[in-house]
Design a protein around this ligand. Structure first.
Ligand SMILES: N[C@@H](CCC(=O)N[C@@H](CS)C(=O)NCC(=O)O)C(=O)O
Length: 324
């Protein structure tokens, strides 16, 4: 675990000392958008038109943020249009690696690099900042389009529709304000909330993260009692963004990040909803407990110094979900 400083790798854990033990996530630095015609998107530069075979996605099956991008690639029939390379689940002193000695870890299909940081320095030899997945790479300009999953899934939702013929819309204009509002709460207290609890280095910082996390899970359980999905009767981006945290929750966050007031299986509506999303066509293949269980327990030696992987719960994600 480390980061780039002027193109040089420095191996260091997150600095929580300056923030009373709180983990603060850095904001992503590459915020350009692939669009239908190459016009500039909401942020960054233009010049990234949707084209088959031009963009490549670097992911980890362990990472909930990268998982969002993989789910949208599957939902939107993008697999013949956007290639993928998958890093090894262990993220150690060198950061994410392209080792292939783990099932599903593909290596770097474009350049045969050893480390993900080489993708960042290929784009900018003096790159600084954290080396995170997902990364959407433009082969034409040899540049990172985006390393922000929230943006990548919005691009995937519509930019390639003319090429794929798939115009399923997970972020319809009429629901956008509601989706954004749900996303804000879910991001802060759930998606990032589990990390804030797990990486806290003071009791106060942990308490401050874990209470809103379970308040939000209770709120979601209530929403799902009267609606099939978070924003009503239609599945949206808000559901998929929550799902990638929920599918890791009982196996990882409950134990490793000390989020143990309740498990997902203890919330009947949330657990049924989670199974429905898992069973959605194309999604189960993106859910790789072998990668995420190994990654968290093995990579975070500040949290789990002996790297013992606990036995884990035995839940049946394929059981009927009953969410008619
Ligand atoms: N805002 C980014 C966050 C991505 C992120 O933090 N990914 C983690 C993996 S779960 C990572 O690569 N961390 C490496 C690091 O922080 O050094 C996104 O949503 O795309």
């Amino acid at each position: 675990m480390g980061q780039l400083v002027d193109g040089v790798w420095k191996d260091e854990w997150y600095d929580t000392e300056a923030n009373d033990g709180e983990f603060r996530r850095d904001t992503a630095r590459h915020r350009n958008w692939v669009t239908r015609d190459g016009a500039a998107g909401q942020t960054g530069d233009g010049g990234f038109p949707a084209e088959t075979g031009r963009y490549h996605l670097y992911v980890s099956y362990a990472c909930p943020w990268a998982h969002r991008a993989l789910i949208f690639r599957a939902l939107k029939d993008l697999s013949d249009h956007v290639g993928v390379s998958v890093v090894h689940p262990d993220m150690l002193a060198e950061g994410w690696e392209f080792r292939t000695d783990f099932p599903g870890a593909t290596g770097d299909a474009l350049f045969g690099s050893d480390y993900l940081r080489q993708i960042y320095t290929r784009a900018d030899p003096r790159a600084s900042g954290r080396v995170t997945v997902p990364v959407l790479w433009d082969k034409r300009q040899e540049r990172i389009v985006s390393n922000e999953s929230a943006d990548i899934i919005r691009m995937f939702n519509s930019a390639f529709d003319r090429l794929t013929g798939n115009d399923d819309d997970y972020c319809p204009e009429t629901l956008r304000a509601q989706i954004d509002e749900i996303n804000d709460r879910v991001y802060d207290s759930v998606n990032n909330g589990v990390y804030k609890a797990g990486f806290a280095t003071s009791q106060g910082a942990y308490d401050k993260a874990v209470a809103p996390l379970f308040d939000s899970l209770d709120w979601i359980e209530g929403l799902l009692a009267s609606h099939r999905y978070l924003a009503g009767d239609r599945i949206t981006e808000a559901d998929w963004r929550l799902f990638t945290t929920i599918c890791r929750f009982d196996a990882v966050y409950h134990t490793h990040f000390k989020c143990n007031r309740r498990r997902v299986v203890d919330y009947p509506n949330l657990w049924g909803w989670a199974r429905e999303l898992y069973q959605w066509p194309g999604v189960a293949a993106t859910v790789r407990p072998d990668h995420f269980v190994r990654h968290y327990y093995y990579s975070h030696d500040m949290v789990n110094p002996h790297r013992i992987i606990p036995i884990g719960p035995d839940a049946d994600w394929t059981a009927p979900h009953g969410r008619g």
